[in-house]
Write a protein that binds this ligand. Structure first.
Ligand code: ADP
Length: 486
């Protein structure tokens, strides 16, 4: 099959979250199965041509792309996903994509991704490459199924093309005033007919994707079920229920070439399931990094996260005073909403002997934390898939999570499994979204940390789990086939 994989962020070129990790690894895995897959993304300021060996596509030169009635000259570059033969094409329009951040609140945010969407379609035309599947991701690409089915339906190149649309996080929808319709040249009748692209009086890119794509997926089975409920869907449950027969959950895999304690180049001491002594050495390094004292009997609990309400920081903050009375050390790496940054900074000052914080984005440090911490806390309100708990399992860093979305699909509560007579638990989880349930799970984990044989078993269960991409890639390929048949 020929597959165009379209995403607004791709590791290692640009990343704000899990979507970039998926876009950087899933296409390689699909290529391994013998399919012809090409990736498409915007060329942001941060995409360094020299470093990544990108080539300007001179035979194409520029293509005029119409946005808001103006013709904008877009250029293209080509490269490869690292360590692979997967081609990646960059849509180059500096006036839109050379900004301080990947996503903005600028008034032309709609135009940026209208341009991206149309440029991807017109580049495919120019390449004379007839895709069987166009795989879209999140709201930034949500208009593409409709554009292909309507605006570009005259082009025979797309007459056998099916689309798959993956929701990585329903909290971000790309909602713009009705005028955006005209900027994108979308036929207003799609806005008028109820429930297709309009939501609460606005043009909703995500809803357009859900309405017009052949198959919809999201990044875990539990999240797929949750999205049918008003509580989790941010208003999209009606359209998702309407399309529920074409809606699937596929858990993300992780790239064990990057996230593997045996080979991780970012950590000072590699280790494996057979010999965890390196993990203890990493713990010493980690505590040194944060200026905290090492004591083998005191567990270190870690948090690495965007500091956003989605991630459960309201219930964590409300429990902090109590948690700080318990005997553990806390390290937190994150950046995001100002109110959380300042609240955690203040707490780290107050409890400087046991709470270390790094506000910002730091990839090296995230590896050291995974390697050095004893537990990993992820109390998310909702979590489409979540990656850090899966990394944690591999690193023998026992996850403590709220039972939602992908967290529910990857973490098995030790006590819950024990009650069933099984010793297969790999972490701790709690259901109720409140500080009491959270601290209860933390306290259970601290209790077991001091029971060495039990702790070793929980760590080993986690390290033995396999969440590599291969299985998930096979599921995507099956859905591609299903979409093609539709
Ligand atoms: P989301 O995509 O909702 O942010 P995920 O758990 O799916 O959450 O993915 C988050 C990714 O971003 C992980 O790879 C995580 O390690 C990384 N990450 C988040 N915050 C930071 C940070 N401050 N520094 C380094 N890496 C971070």
């Amino acid at each position: 099959m020929k597959i165009a994989f379209v995403a607004s962020e791709v590791v290692p070129f640009a990343k704000t979250g899990g979507l970039a990790d998926v876009a950087g690894s899933l296409p390689k895995e699909i290529k391994e199965f013998g399919h012809d897959i090409k990736v498409f993304m915007p060329k942001y300021f941060s995409v360094d041509e020299k470093r990544f060996g990108l080539e300007y596509i001179s035979w194409i030169g520029s293509i005029p792309i119409r946005v808001s009635g103006r013709s904008l000259d877009v250029h293209f570059h080509k490269g490869y996903l690292p360590n692979s033969r997967v081609e990646i094409y960059f849509i180059d329009y500096p006036r839109f994509f050379h900004r301080h951040t990947i996503y903005t609140n600028d008034i032309d945010e709609d135009e940026r991704f209208i341009l991206f969407s149309k440029a991807v379609i017109e580049l495919i035309q120019k390449l004379k490459w007839k895709p069987d599947i166009v795989h879209l991701n999140d709201w930034q690409t949500g208009l593409i199924p409709l554009l292909i089915k309507d605006n570009y339906s005259w082009d025979k190149i797309f007459n056998k093309t099916a689309t798959v649309f993956t929701i990585h996080n329903i909290g971000y929808q790309g909602s713009f005033p009705k005028e955006t319709l005209y900027k994108a040249e979308i036929n207003p009748r799609f806005f008028e007919s109820p429930g297709q692209v309009e939501h609460e009086g606005k043009l909703n890119f995500l809803k357009a994707g859900i309405s017009f794509t052949d198959i919809i997926t999201t990044v875990s089975e539990t999240y797929a079920r949750e999205l049918l409920l008003p509580e989790y869907s941010f208003g999209m449950h009606h359209v998702l229920n309407y399309r529920s027969e074409d809606f699937y959950g596929i858990l993300n895999g992780i790239d064990y070439n990057i996230w593997n304690p045996e080979t991780d180049k970012h950590i000072p001491h590699n280790y494996s399931i057979k010999d965890l002594s390196g993990k203890l050495e990493n713990k010493k390094e980690l505590l040194k990094h944060f200026g905290l004292a090492f004591n083998g009997n005191i567990p270190v609990i870690a948090v690495i996260s965007r500091l956003a309400v989605q991630k459960g920081f309201d219930i964590l903050l409300s429990s902090m005073e109590y948690l700080m009375s318990l005997n553990f050390q806390l390290v937190l790496l994150g950046s995001g909403e100002y109110e959380y940054e300042s609240a955690f900074n203040a707490l780290a000052n107050k409890y400087s002997h046991k709470f270390g914080i790094y506000v910002g984005y730091n990839n090296d440090l995230s590896h050291l934390i995974e390697a050095g911490a004893d537990m990993f806390l992820m109390p998310s309100h909702y979590e489409p898939c979540g990656l850090n708990q899966i990394y944690s399992l591999k690193y023998g860093t026992v996850p403590i999570v709220r039972k939602t979305g992908g967290l529910a699909d990857t973490v098995k509560d030790w006590d819950e499994m024990s009650a069933l007579g099984k010793d297969t638990g790999n972490g701790y989880s709690f259901t109720d979204y409140n500080g009491y349930a959270l601290t209860n799970a933390v306290e259970r984990s601290i209790r077991d940390f001091h029971n060495k044989p039990v702790w070793k078993k929980i760590q080993t269960n986690g390290m033995n789990e396999d969440f590599s991409w291969k299985r998930s890639a096979e599921k995507y390929i099956n859905l591609y086939k299903k979409a093609s048949r539709k």
